[in-house]
Design a protein. Structure first.
Lengths: 64, 400
């Protein structure tokens, strides 16, 4: 899987950080930063959960 | 005899706000199962489409282009224009104007920033529990715990004098109280803005280290005074009324489900999922989130005309089987984080990380301090506050 984040769409809600701290972070303005573009199996489920809980639609997953 | 003048009375409570204690009204489940959308009357007396399904709620709230937050009617207030009332109120703005203001604030509510507040929040919670313990049972959980904890937190964060709390608590409750005549609510809103205007002027004269000081110092040139007042007024109300309601009604829900309360009390790992589940189960912002269709469109096969008002019931959407199995059961151990109790789309609650931190700290601390905590009145007699934008309890006498 490959995670894509549209930083122009992100509203800084922080749901992704709470769901998958190893995969996502926020910059000083709260906008999403992807720490791991292709999470391993251990983090894959929480990453999917994070994408599902994103309120702005900034996150998507490309299955590879 | 001349025809009588219609008194300025509050409209009948809309269907979606007539709750059965913790639950949405029974009719909502029926409406959710029916195709299309039902019609409903908004608290301001306007005809609207009612969205009750989870996927439909996400569709409407997630599309600010088709469903606008601007242009909704505001309560008429003498001496001010609707534009002034909307100014700085993020809930009444669309992108890109909304984006501009929100981005000035989001940095204050990052997960990291809020985690830094955790020790202070824990201290505020402990102080209020100490006071309850010293006074001894019974206590009223609303004025003794649920309201003052988030109120003090948001005061410190914003830079609002906590000494003024009696007045701003009263004004916030009145502004959100739909049983009050509109003129009165409008007048109170004006008082709130006047109060916040004074605080803004003080911050301009001597900006402090708090959020008002930050806004004035870093964005004073980009924001008008009216915008600053609007932003700060919204943050103050949204910062205490909502979390206060959740702490009170959430505690009652836990006390009615003692096995769930025990899980939360005994296992620190349960705190985060329990907060999400309580948010989902109770969905206290229940007056129906309104949007205006910007063009002819369709939701769930229902034709919607340009200019039609669409109201989203968050409590109904969060009790949809499309979100979780057995949605009417409170299950603090389950993963329910995709709920819409904080909203969805660009208006998703700005303070969500703060609210989550406050609840994840306050609920377990309360249950651990008073393991025998119980309502001090029959459940049937607890007064729920239905006719408010934010659902909650008028009071919750407890003993231990």
């Amino acid at each position: 899987m490959k995670i894509k984040a549209d930083r122009d769409v992100c509203i800084g809600a922080g749901n992704c950080v709470l769901a998958a701290e190893n995969v996502f972070d926020q910059d000083d303005d709260a906008i999403v930063v992807v720490l791991v573009e292709s999470p391993d199996d251990e983090d894959a489920e929480s990453a999917r959960n994070a994408v599902g809980s994103c309120p702005s639609g900034a996150l998507s997953i490309e299955e590879t | 005899m001349a025809s009588p003048v219609t008194p300025a009375q509050a409209p009948v409570l809309p269907l979606h706000m007539r709750r059965a204690r913790f639950d949405p009204p029974a009719e909502m489940a029926r409406i959710r199962e029916q195709p299309g959308l039902a019609g409903v009357t908004t608290p301001l007396g306007r005809a609207a489409w009612l969205v009750t399904r989870y996927e439909d709620a996400r569709e409407v709230l997630g599309d600010a282009t088709r469903f606008s937050s601007a242009g909704l009617p505001v309560i008429p207030v003498p001496g001010t224009t609707p534009e002034e009332q909307r100014s700085g109120n993020l809930l009444m703005l669309d992108p890109p104007g909304h984006t501009r203001l929100r981005r000035l604030l989001t940095g204050e509510f990052t997960v990291k920033r809020i985690r830094r507040l955790e020790p202070r929040i824990a201290e505020i919670v402990a102080d209020h529990l100490d006071a309850m313990e010293q006074a001894g049972p019974p206590a009223d959980l609303v004025p003794d715990f649920a309201l003052p904890v988030p109120s003090l937190v948001i005061c410190e964060l914003l830079g609002v004098p906590y000494a003024d709390r009696a007045d701003f608590h009263r004004r916030a409750a009145q502004q959100l109280d739909l049983t009050r005549p509109m003129e009165e609510r409008g007048k109170v809103a004006l008082e709130s803005r006047a109060y916040m205007g004074e605080l803004i002027d003080r911050a301009v004269a001597a900006p402090g280290e708090d959020m008002l000081g930050m806004l004035v110092r870093e964005h004073g040139d980009d924001l008008t005074r009216t915008e600053l007042v609007g932003i700060a007024s919204l943050l103050l109300i949204a910062g205490h009324e909502t979390t206060a309601s959740m702490l009170a009604i959430g505690t009652l829900a836990l006390l009615r489900h003692p096995e769930q309360a025990a899980l939360l009390r005994d296992d620190p790992q349960v705190a985060a999922p329990a907060v999400e589940e309580l948010m989902r189960y109770l969905s206290v912002v229940h007056s129906g989130v309104p949007r205006v269709a910007t063009a002819d469109t369709e939701v769930a096969g229902q034709a919607i005309g340009a200019g039609d008002v669409v109201v989203v019931s968050l409590p109904a959407a969060d009790r949809d089987r499309a979100l979780v199995e057995d949605p009417d059961r409170l299950d603090v151990g389950r993963a329910a984080s995709h709920h819409v109790a904080f909203g969805h789309g660009v208006h998703h609650c700005l303070g969500a990380p703060l609210a989550r931190m406050e609840m994840a700290t306050a609920f377990p601390a309360l249950l651990r301090r008073f393991p025998t905590l119980a309502p001090a009145m029959p459940f049937e007699d607890v007064e729920f506050r239905s006719a408010s934008v934010v659902y909650g309890l008028r009071s919750l006498p407890v003993t231990w």
